[in-house]
Design a protein around this ligand. Structure first.
Ligand code: BDR
Ligand code: CA
Length: 316
């Protein structure tokens, strides 16, 4: 008997690796029912992330996807962006980015998240977050009744042993809006975290990118061109063989959880210290009596992950 697809909302700030996550989800309609894509300011400002999300949907032949623009600034701080990683557009790589034809939905992303969680049966909608947690934190603050209705949050964010990529202590998504992250980590919802500790093991290599290009489809070619650009930054920075493909780890977990291994631990967010703002303080060794609130992933079967991504990219 076939299972009903799992209902998800993807909250995102595209970003080349966000694009990979959207492709993976859009190529997996049997397993995932994508109720909507909500955009947030992060890698680049909101008008660009909202445009980029639609460009990616069109590359994926999925122009009927509902895209909602959300918050343009973090809950309590000025926005920090990452053009140094993703380029001026956020999706640098292809020579020319098309102008999307599909329109944004009229509703604000935060209202869409609230309405959807109130409308769907409790415990049936998963939030999959690929950017700063501003939309989710704001929705939980404005409508606390929805918190207990969330099935699970699967997020790309944080780091512990691998420490920071935007400051010495903090990972970008959490650093940009630590107050929103704090709300989410204190919500009591089951959280699955894809921190840098695991995403730095999902490296784009030349053969992996070439296999995407060889698909010869708009999505495959665009993905390869974006990743050619994206990996140069991390290869220079870390001396690694490729760039870490962070965000699709979340979707891959929804499709094949066995690709990942981790530990259920307590994670708290630093919101006070200038030095370590946005740090995800993980009690990995159980040295406190704080209750576990997050499945902190550290291991990935990278070959199987890239095989899955390629297989789903080929369906678009
Ligand atoms: C995260 O930050 C962004 O630059 C990426 O899209 C990813 O979500 C990695 O720290
Ligand atoms: Ca992202």
């Amino acid at each position: 008997m076939s299972k009903t697809p799992r209902k998800i909302i993807i909250d995102t700030d595209p970003g080349q690796d966000d694009a990979a996550a959207l492709f993976l989800a859009l190529g997996s309609p049997i397993e995932l029912d994508l109720l909507g894509v909500t955009t947030v300011a992060g890698n680049v400002p909101l008008p660009l992330t909202s445009k980029n999300a639609r460009i990616v949907c069109e590359w994926a032949n999925a122009a009927d996807t509902k895209v909602f623009a959300g918050c343009d600034t973090p809950m309590k701080r000025p926005l920090v962006t990452a053009e140094h990683v993703h380029g001026k557009t956020g999706l640098d790589g292809p020579d020319l980015l098309p102008d999307p034809k599909m329109a944004l939905q009229d509703q604000h992303a935060v209202d869409f998240i609230i309405d959807t969680l109130r409308r769907e049966p409790a415990g049936t909608v998963t939030l999959c977050t690929l950017g700063p947690l501003t939309n989710i934190g704001t929705a939980f603050q404005n409508a606390p009744d929805i918190i207990e209705r969330v099935q699970e949050i699967v997020m790309m964010g944080g780091a512990y042993f691998e420490v920071g990529n935007i400051t010495p202590a903090a990972e970008f998504n959490i650093y940009v809006d630590p107050e929103a992250a704090d709300i989410v980590f204190k919500s009591g919802i089951r959280i699955v975290m894809m921190p840098l500790d695991v995403t730095h093991k999902a490296l784009t290599t030349k053969p992996r990118i070439q296999a995407m290009r060889d698909l010869g489809t708009p999505a495959g070619i665009a993905m390869a061109e974006m990743l050619d650009f994206f990996e140069r930054f991390d290869i220079e920075k870390y001396g690694s063989e490729g760039g870490p493909l962070h965000d699709p780890c979340t979707i891959a977990y929804l499709l094949k959880p066995d690709l990942f291994q981790g530990r259920l631990v307590n994670v708290m967010i630093e919101t006070q210290s200038d030095l370590t703002l946005g740090m995800t303080v993980a009690d990995y060794w159980g040295v406190t009596d704080r209750a576990p609130n997050a499945m902190f992933m550290t291991e990935i079967d990278a070959d199987a992950f890239f095989t899955l991504l390629l297989e789903r990219l080929a369906r678009l």
